[in-house]
Design a protein around this ligand. Structure first.
Ligand code: AMP
Ligand code: MG
Length: 583
């Protein structure tokens, strides 16, 4: 058995296409602590994620009229587009264009709201979201105090090719909000009308894609994956035409707006457009701004500051993608304009959570070549970081450019290390033993062969005792039951149980609890989102709310979720679902 698997297993680690391992310069120690989660300032492991839902917050704002944002910092830092008017044009020598949202037509309805964001980030009493004023403010129909709405100019490599000017074609930055905790968040409405970057688009977003963005960004947060957040989802009666599967079948859908938040919305493409058009002073200005605002550990007087910035982004991007893999998340459109400089997940489109384990899983039906399959995400991250290096090159010396290339070579090793750590945690393995990679890859290979459900296999492994595993008593454990059909399952089990038995001072209960804290029972499967969308399109938002609630505690078994079948074998119709780029 060992020999049969040895060869394939080493080709498999991380379900990615990498083989070389390099060590990143800034992480010189081989000490595992060097690679601990704590090395990352913005990334938390799922165990540390706590819902703030139960925390009672006092002195929340009851009056939206008091809610104030500021655009000063960005407006004072950068020149604005000199061309006046909200029409599509080639924009030069600026980072933002002024652009006013176009109010949605018809009566507006609040389809969903995140109490966690409204109260925990925006310091507002969630009761204010029930007002007409909120519908206006949160959809771009009325501007909050201090708001000077802006559309951001960026470019990007899309599906491998330079696509030129892209920019916020249907999103408006409304302002920064400084909350009581001293955090600064940037508010954006998405689906709020045309901007100078709308190209041939209508500036709108439809209900289905907005429900998906709302639910997934909140779900990712509670899974412990760095992400933009969603405060609210507002739907309208405004007709929006979409050819959902690009087959000539144009349908009238309805416009919706998500009020979304991030510490920063700058992307790799924000820098690329400046480098591509030779606006090097502005490139330097944007980099200095991003470093000063978001990378406090980098000194503004450090002559290597851009290099250090690059090394942090390389490190954190590797970490982010490993986190995506650990929850089976495929972004779907990993273009450089969708890759954040803060290494958070942004721009939810045709994403998908993998069901049957398959490294070739492609969530986006428009992605014919599978460029952004789940197993390719790590190598696409490398491609995107190469493009970031290209964008930084004009501000790096020859020597720094060489060093940056060495840093980039370290990406693969960092990614593999992060992946290895996370999957070890998913299996409840403590310390480091020689065969750990083998145990992980062997399991993944069996899951692939048996098409076992990614989420539930790991979850059910967390829910069985060692004795149950030993006896293979998997009653009602549909995913494990499926996996155990593999002809080498007993061999793997023996190896795994032996490995676990060597963990001193580790009780069965501790082992299970550790695993349950990192292996979610509920993820936003396409069929779950689809069912909620169908109802939302008929103004029934109950399932959006149900999903939002359940996915806010994805590691906790919940009665309502069980009743809804969210941890059960996916329904047969789930296989027929398709998600495209159309949104
Ligand atoms: P995405 O695929 O959502 O990341 O979008 C890629 C680019 O297309 C961005 O510049 C978007 O702002 C723009 N875009 C997408 N949909 C629309 C739309 N309906 N109207 C205007 N611009 C859009
Ligand atoms: Mg985008």
């Amino acid at each position: 058995m060992w020999s049969i698997y040895t060869a394939l297993v080493f080709a498999l680690v991380a379900a990615s296409r990498f083989t070389p391992v390099y060590v990143l310069e800034f992480c010189q120690s081989t000490d595992p602590d060097c690679h601990d989660d704590t090395a990352s300032n913005s990334h938390r492991s799922p165990h540390t994620v706590k819902s703030r839902w139960n925390v009672s917050v006092s002195n929340l704002m009851q009056d939206l009229g008091q809610f104030r944002v500021s655009c000063k910092k960005l407006i004072e830092a950068f020149p604005l587009d000199e061309v006046d008017g909200n029409f599509v044009h080639a924009v030069k020598n600026c980072i933002f264009s002024e652009s006013t949202p176009t109010p949605l037509k018809g009566p507006l309805r609040l389809a969903a709201v995140s109490k966690d964001v409204i109260e925990g980030i925006l310091d507002l009493d969630v009761a204010v979201t029930q007002s007409d004023d909120f519908l206006q403010y949160a959809s771009g129909g009325r501007l909050m105090l201090g708001s000077v709405p802006l559309a951001h100019r960026y470019g990007g490599h899309q599906f491998g090719y330079w696509a030129g000017q892209l920019g916020d074609g249907r999103a408006h930055f409304l302002g920064q909000y400084s909350n009581r905790k001293g955090e600064i968040w940037e508010l954006q409405v998405k689906g709020s009308g045309k901007t100078p970057y709308s190209r041939s688009g209508d500036g709108r977003a439809v209900i289905r894609s907005s429900v998906r963005e709302f639910l997934c960004s909140e779900a990712m947060h509670f899974l412990g994956v760095p992400t933009s957040r969603a405060a609210s989802l507002i739907v309208s009666e405004e007709p929006v035409l979409r050819d959902q599967f690009y087959n000539g079948n144009v349908k009238t859908e309805r416009g919706a707006v998500v009020l979304r938040l991030a510490k920063s919305w700058f992307r790799i493409g924000s820098l690329e457009i400046l480098a591509q058009s030779g606006e090097i002073d502005l490139l330097r200005k944007l980099l200095d701004f991003v470093i000063n605002e978001h990378f406090p550990s980098i000194s503004s007087s450090d002559p290597d500051k851009y290099l250090v910035f690059y090394s942090v982004v390389v490190n954190e991007t590797a970490h982010l993608i490993a986190q995506w893999m650990s929850v089976g998340f495929a972004h779907g459109v990993c273009n450089t304009d969708n890759f954040s400089l803060l290494s958070i997940t942004i721009d939810y489109g045709p994403f998908g959570f993998m069901e049957s384990y398959n490294p070739n899983f492609v969530p986006n039906t428009s992605d014919d070549e599978g460029r952004y399959s789940i197993g390719a995400q790590a190598s696409v991250g490398l491609f995107n970081l190469e493009k970031l290096l290209g964008a930084l090159s004009p501000v790096l010396t020859q020597k720094q450019q060489k060093e940056a290339k060495v840093i980039l070579k370290g990406y693969v090793g960092i990614y593999q290390m992060r992946f290895h750590q996370m999957f070890k945690e998913k299996l409840g393995l403590l310390g480091e033993e020689e065969e750990d990679s083998y145990i992980i890859a062997f399991l993944l290979k069996m899951m692939e062969d048996t098409q076992s459900d990614f989420t539930m296999t790991f979850r059910q492994l967390s829910e069985v005792s060692v004795l149950q595993l030993y006896n293979r008593s998997f009653t009602q454990m549909w995913a494990l039951d499926n996996l155990s059909l593999h002809k080498h399952f007993s061999d793997w089990l023996k190896m795994y149980l032996l490995r676990v038995s060597r963990q001193e001072n580790d009780t069965d209960l501790d082992h299970q609890n550790r695993m349950k804290n990192v292996n979610p029972r509920y993820v936003l499967r396409n069929w779950m989102a689809e069912s909620a969308i169908r109802k939302a399109e008929m103004n029934d938002f109950s399932e959006v709310e149900l999903l939002h609630n359940i996915l806010s505690s994805p590691f906790v078994t919940q009665q309502t979720a069980e009743e809804a079948g969210y941890a059960a074998r996916p329904p047969l119709w789930a296989n027929r679902l398709k998600v495209s780029c159309s949104s």
